[in-house]
Write a protein that binds this ligand. Structure first.
Ligand SMILES: Cc1cc2nc3c(=O)[nH]c(=O)nc-3n(C[C@H](O)[C@H](O)[C@H](O)COP(=O)(O)OP(=O)(O)OC[C@H]3O[C@@H](n4cnc5c(N)ncnc54)[C@H](O)[C@@H]3O)c2cc1C
Length: 457
């Protein structure tokens, strides 16, 4: 076992979250080591829907000078999203500044983020898997690594470790006692299979991402067809990770790729992936440790978008580390502001959407068809909810009559109650507690979930 010189900060994982964290820290002149198990040229090569909202760039450009996607990185500009009902009879066309975005080439984008990070002075160690955290007393003091080239194991020490290892959450899963949950429930995870395909024909709408809601084909998840050029699409399917659910690859092949659109098409890239789709983990800090990105479940629970949140999480984590290093306090308490800052912003939005996610997962196709057809939720409601604003139902007498007459009052009432729970949980996350109040706050959050389960039962 070889011992290594110490760093100020060790970042595990060079994805979108890890590179943003490492770069922000290096911009503040810290000695940063970034570690990834992949070889350098493969960093960023991830199975993904490749869609990212412009607003993430607007924010991060101001904060750390993150450049907007270049022409080479951008496969298509996105103006909106079509949300399609299970029977395909209703299409909600969601447009507006909040949903404008890009389809990016994930590898090129990832490589650009990595290069920009290395350019700020970050030391990068590739082909190296982190195996576990190492401890000094009850503080995380570094990581144990293994080189995939030589097989050599090393202990690398740093004042603070940031776990940005994505859904594998390699450090989080091996933590000793802390307020961080080591495991995430299977039901809070979506397993996906997706392909990028070259088509023989041009697609209809080059600037719209299509999301198909269908419990029968994609139980607990959805089907997506996103444009990556006139004749190229990113097509995938995700299902909730519960024991009886079908395999997403089989569902994609049998129910989606059988569509005439894909006749004669060729696969450019394919693979499976996992997305955590829930509220953020309870706490994202422990003594000497912070967690960023998918490892902290910083993903939009409705559509699974996590590139933007992971970069924002990385920025916030780095800012807290900077202050904690200045004060010389890397304890859980010294790092707690990261929890507060993340939760009162994107975390609160995620928590509200997590409740809405449970509603969507437990609404049968027939009810969804009816609700969408009769605009129980209108385009602007969905846009506002997805942007983290409150879900306000403007129910006219006509809508109420329509739903009560046809025996769908249950759906309407459920949605009304769910929107209240969404507001409650958002309020709790916006007022994230001090370490002393943490257990009380947790039980308040749990009680909102208990109410939600009763509503959806
Ligand atoms: C099928 C699918 C579709 C998606 N579609 C979209 C989408 O359209 N838009 C969107 O915004 N998000 C999407 N997401 C989610 C998005 O990809 C993630 O939320 C985002 O990549 C999170 O970034 P991250 O930095 O946390 O993790 P990652 O980008 O996964 O990076 C983690 C890094 O850690 C490294 N690593 C892992 N384990 C170790 C270890 N033990 N030691 C060292 N290094 C390690 C990995 O090699 C990787 O480079 C999708 C995800 C999936 C699976």
């Amino acid at each position: 076992m070889v011992k290594h010189m110490g760093y100020d900060c060790i970042v595990v994982g060079a994805g979108t979250g890890g590179t943003t964290t490492a770069r922000t820290l290096a911009m503040k002149d810290y000695k940063v080591l970034l570690i990834d198990k992949k070889k350098k040229e493969a960093v960023g090569d991830k199975v993904c829907g490749d869609a990212i909202g412009k607003h993430h760039f607007d924010t991060l450009n101001k904060l750390i000078g993150l450049r907007y996607p270049t022409k080479e990185e951008c496969e298509a500009n996105i103006d909106g999203i079509d949300v399609i009902s299970p029977d395909k009879e209703t299409i909600l066309k969601i447009t507006g500044e909040g949903v404008k975005g890009y389809m990016i080439n994930r590898l090129k984008f990832g490589q650009r983020l990595l290069d920009a990070t290395i350019d700020t002075g970050v030391e990068f160690l590739d082909n190296t898997s982190v195996i576990s955290p190492i401890y000094d007393g009850d503080f995380v003091a570094g990581v144990l690594t293994r080189s995939s080239v030589s097989g050599e194991k090393k202990e690398i020490r740093g004042q603070v470790v940031i776990d940005a290892s994505g859904v594998t959450a390699v450090v989080r899963r091996k933590l000793r006692n802390s307020n961080i949950e080591r495991n995430v429930q299977n039901e809070d995870v979506i397993i996906c299979f997706r392909e990028i395909r070259d088509l023989t024909q041009e697609i209809d709408d080059l600037n719209y991402c299509k999301i198909y809601l269908t419990q029968s084909i994609a139980p607990g998840g959805y089907v997506w067809v996103f444009p990556e050029g006139a004749k190229r699409v990113n097509v995938g399917l995700g299902v909730q990770n519960t024991p009886n659910n079908p395999h997403p690859r089989q569902q994609l092949y049998e129910n989606v790729l059988s569509d005439p659109l894909f006749e004669g098409s060729k696969v450019v890239h394919k693979g499976g992936g996992i997305v955590p789709t829930r509220r953020p983990i309870w706490s994202q800090v422990a003594n000497g440790l912070l967690i960023v990105g998918d490892a902290a479940c910083q993903v939009n629970p409705i559509h699974g978008g996590g590139i933007g949140p992971s970069m924002m999480g990385g920025y916030l984590a780095a800012t807290t580390v900077d202050q904690a290093l200045e004060k010389g306090d890397l304890s859980e308490r010294g790092l707690w502001d990261y929890n507060v800052n993340y939760m009162k912003g994107y975390g609160a939005k995620q928590a509200g959407l997590d409740i809405f996610r449970l509603f969507l997962q437990l609404t049968p196709d027939a009810e969804m068809n009816y609700g969408m057809k009769h605009r129980l939720l209108k385009e602007e409601d969905i846009l506002n909810a997805s942007l983290g604003e409150d879900l306000v139902l403007n129910l006219t007498e006509k809508v109420k009559r329509l739903f009560s007459g046809i025996g769908k009052l249950g759906l309407l009432n459920r949605l009304r109650k769910i929107s209240t729970k969404m507001q409650e949980i958002k309020g709790l996350f916006q007022n994230y507690p001090s370490p002393e109040q943490f257990e009380v706050w947790k039980s308040e959050v749990e009680s909102v979930y208990e109410d939600t389960w009763k509503i959806l039962d």
